[in-house]
Design a protein around this ligand. Structure first.
Ligand code: ADP
Ligand code: MG
Ligand code: MG
Length: 206
C-alpha cells in the first residue's frame, strides 16, 4: 500500500514540475537568475530516473528523493527542497496517510528549510507557502475536518499564500539582491511549493 502511494506521489510531483518548468524559469527571470524551472526539472527528472524510489515505503522514498535533489541540483532550491524532503522522510514513524503524521512531517521539513536557508516566513521564499499550508493543516486537524475538506483547505491555503508573495520584498536568496524591485512578482520557489502541494493532494485523493 505504502509503495503504491509512493509511486503516485512521485508521478504527480514529477509531472507537475515538468509541465511548469518554463513558467518557473520565467518567474525566476523576473527576480532571480532564470534557472528555477531548469533546476527543479533536473532534480525531479533525476527522481523519476531513480526507479528504486517508487518501490520504497514513503519515509525511505522521501529521504532518497531529498538526497537526489541535493546531489543533482546546483541552485539554492536543490539543497532546500532536498532538506525539506529528507526531514519529512525521517519524520515518518507511523501511517503516513494519517493527518497527525503528515503534520509532524511538515513541521520537521519546514524546520530543516529554515535551518538550511537561515530564513523564516515573510522573506518571499518557499517558506511563505509551506508554513501557511502547515498551519492550515493544523487547523483542519484540530477541528477533525473530513479528508476532502482538509485537502480543499490545503489547496486554498497554498493558492492564497502564493499570491501573498507578490507584494513581499525578498530578503533571502538571489531575489534579495533586487531589494524593492523584487516587489510585485511571485516568488518562483513559492510557486513550485504550491504546485507540489496540489500534486500531493491529487495523488492522495486518487
Ligand atoms: P538559485 O537562486 O540558486 O538560482 P533557484 O532559482 O532554483 O536557485 O531557487 C530560487 C528559490 O529558492 C527562491 O524563489 C526561493 O523560494 C528559494 N530560496 C532561496 N533562498 C532561500 C532561503 N534562504 N530560504 C528559503 N528559500 C529560499
Ligand atoms: Mg535561480
Ligand atoms: Mg541559479
Amino acid at each position: 500500500m505504502a509503495h503504491e502511494l509512493t509511486g503516485r506521489l512521485v508521478d504527480a510531483a514529477v509531472t507537475t514540475i515538468r509541465n511548469h518548468a518554463d513558467e518557473l524559469t520565467g518567474l525566476d527571470q523576473a527576480i532571480g537568475d532564470g534557472d528555477h524551472g531548469i533546476n527543479m526539472k533536473r532534480g525531479f527528472d533525476a527522481i523519476a530516473e531513480a526507479a528504486e524510489i517508487r518501490t520504497l515505503p514513503l519515509g525511505d522514498a522521501l529521504q532518497k528523493a531529498g538526497m537526489t535533489l541535493v546531489m543533482k541540483v546546483g541552485g539554492a532550491s536543490g539543497p532546500l527542497f532536498g532538506s525539506l524532503l529528507m526531514a519529512m522522510g525521517k519524520a515518518v514513524v507511523g501511517d503516513p496517510t494519517q493527518g497527525e503524521q503528515v503534520q509532524a512531517m511538515l513541521t520537521e521539513g519546514i524546520a530543516a528549510v529554515k535551518k538550511r536557508g537561515k530564513s523564516d516566513v515573510g522573506e518571499k521564499t518557499m517558506l511563505d507557502v509551506l508554513v501557511p499550508v502547515s498551519e492550515a493543516l493544523a487547523g483542519k486537524l484540530s477541528r477533525h475536518a473530513p479528508a476532502a475538506e482538509t485537502m480543499a483547505g490545503l489547496r486554498a491555503a497554498a493558492d492564497a499564500a502564493l499570491e501573498r508573495t507578490k507584494p513581499m520584498k525578498a530578503t533571502k536568496g538571489r531575489a534579495s539582491f533586487l531589494g524593492d524591485r523584487s516587489i510585485g512578482h511571485l516568488d518562483p520557489g513559492a510557486r513550485s511549493s504550491q504546485l507540489l502541494i496540489h500534486a500531493v493532494c491529487d495523488a492522495v485523493a486518487e
